[in-house]
Design a protein around this ligand. Structure first.
Ligand code: IDP
Ligand code: MG
Length: 149
């Protein structure tokens, strides 16, 4: 079953948006299989954003991620990787459609509220980077037959 890694960033945690953000993935029909609040080490933040290491915003991005706790999550379901990216919206919140998380709550690319894996390979590597296998639960929604035929 497809899984993705999502991280509610420090700005959204500080602004009290954790519940609203989780609710969007829950009510969509996806299954939460891993969840934790943590203060991110510099090492973890740098590894997570390693692909952006040479970009001018890298240092500021790492400072932001370590500045206050984040909520790390793994969600499961058919098509969850691409669907979560749609629910999240465009990287720059000013370009994100209303109805998306970034479109509803953000105005700045450096404060865009949430991260979501962008494909199957990054999802697998990000889940392994952020979660130990025993921190993930394999379970089925009891109402699954009312969500997926
Ligand atoms: P994504 O989060 O939509 O996948 P990426 O291009 O992978 O976007 O960039 C990763 C993160 O880096 C963004 O979510 C944002 O926090 C930050 N970022 C990207 N571009 C900029 C920028 O131009 N200025 C400041 N931060 C940026
Ligand atoms: Mg990205």
């Amino acid at each position: 079953m497809e899984r993705t890694f999502l991280m509610i960033k420090p700005d959204a945690v500080q602004r009290g948006l954790v519940g609203d953000i989780i609710k969007r993935f829950e009510t969509k029909g996806f299954t939460l299989v891993g969840l934790k609040l943590l203060s991110v080490s510099r090492e973890l933040a740098e590894k997570h954003y390693d692909v952006h290491r040479e970009r001018p915003f890298f240092q500021g991005l790492v400072e932001f991620i370590v500045s206050s706790p984040v909520v790390a999550m793994v969600w499961e379901g058919d098509g969850v990787i691409a669907s979560a990216r749609k629910i999240i919206g465009a990287t720059n919140p000013l370009n994100a459609e209303p109805g998306t998380i970034r479109g509803d709550y953000g105005i700045n690319v450096g404060r865009n509220l949430i991260h979501g894996s962008d494909g199957p390979e990054t999802a697998a590597s990000e889940i392994a980077l952020w979660f130990k296998p025993e921190e993930l639960s394999n379970w089925q929604l009891t109402n699954k037959a009312w969500i997926v035929e």
